[in-house]
Ligand binder design. Structure first.
Ligand SMILES: Cc1cc2nc3c(=O)[nH]c(=O)nc-3n(C[C@H](O)[C@H](O)[C@H](O)COP(=O)(O)O)c2cc1C
Length: 255
């Protein structure tokens, strides 16, 4: 089974590709917490890196999974550049449960957070040319049940980003916000939010306090009304994996 978390489709597309080639099935992390996984022979996790670490939604849900004792376990982290502590963190969570991580690898893909720094994630489409061969290698290694961990420990940087005080002070600046002048209240942002963190009231969307920063709302808003990093969102900077549709992200978010 391949268990994924995805905001703009990179992790979903890679999970589907892995599952296709490995003859596995794909399940979202939100669904997986309600499943008994104890009989699975192989469990793979695919999730992004946010700020040198695993997304908060993954940190909340992954420890709650009922995982098998003896399965072959692997992690793939599709990220903009480096996976930070995202793999190291999960290895530790699994070890705390008495489980072993057998294989891990990162893959470089377009960085969906670039929009918050005024950069266009679509300028990084060249990364797809490199990810195909890397994914192929991962498939071969996982098929062969190789025991090989590729990960780094971004000690001080990763630990700093994960500190509650740092998160509290930076999150408001780095959390998507709705520009009420542009918002038409269509509700797409609410429908793609995996956290149920956006509500539409009186014809305008509003973000709550439980954002996990997946940026699906920023990238799928048809009015470019959801902004990140206090920067406007140009239409041409809106990104999602080319093989993943809005309908799939909505279904993924349980809508
Ligand atoms: C809030 C945020 C923080 C991010 N931080 C990092 C990071 O520290 N390192 C990195 O390489 N990529 C980073 N990224 C890029 C994502 O890991 C990457 O685009 C990922 O593939 C997105 O997956 P998805 O399309 O399945 O949502 C970040 C993205 C977001 C939204």
């Amino acid at each position: 089974m391949i268990i994924y978390f995805s905001g703009t489709g990179n992790c979903l597309a890679i999970s589907r590709h892995l599952a296709d080639r490995l003859g596995d099935r794909v399940v979202s992390l939100g669904e997986a917490v309600n499943l008994d996984l104890s009989q699975e022979k192989r469990v793979g996790f695919v999730y992004p890196c946010y700020w040198f670490n695993a997304p908060n939604a993954v940190k909340e849900l992954l420890p709650r999974l009922q995982l098998p004792r003896k399965a072959y376990t692997f992690i793939v982290v599709p990220c903009g550049a480096q996976a930070g502590n995202a793999i190291w963190w999960a290895k530790k969570v699994l070890a705390d449960k008495g489980l072993r991580l057998d294989y891990s690898q990162k893959i470089r893909v377009p960085d969906n957070s670039a929009v918050g720094f005024g950069r266009n994630p679509n300028d990084q489409m060249w990364k797809f040319g490199k990810y195909a061969p890397r994914l192929e290698r991962i498939i071969e290694e996982v098929k062969a049940e190789r025991h090989c961990l590729h990960y780094a420990w971004w000690g001080p940087v990763g630990a700093l980003c994960a500190m509650p005080a740092v998160q509290r002070s930076t999150l408001p600046m780095l959390t998507p916000a709705v520009n009420a002048e542009k918002c038409i209240g269509c509700g797409i942002c609410a429908n793609v939010c995996p956290q149920g963190n956006i509500v539409v009231a009186d014809g305008k969307a509003r973000c709550g306090e439980h954002c996990t920063q997946c940026l699906a709302c920023v990238h799928f808003c048809p009015q470019q009304a959801v902004e990140f990093g206090r920067k406007p969102t140009p239409k041409e900077h809106q990104y999602h994996h080319p093989q993943v549709s809005l309908a799939e992200i909505m279904r993924d978010a349980g809508k």
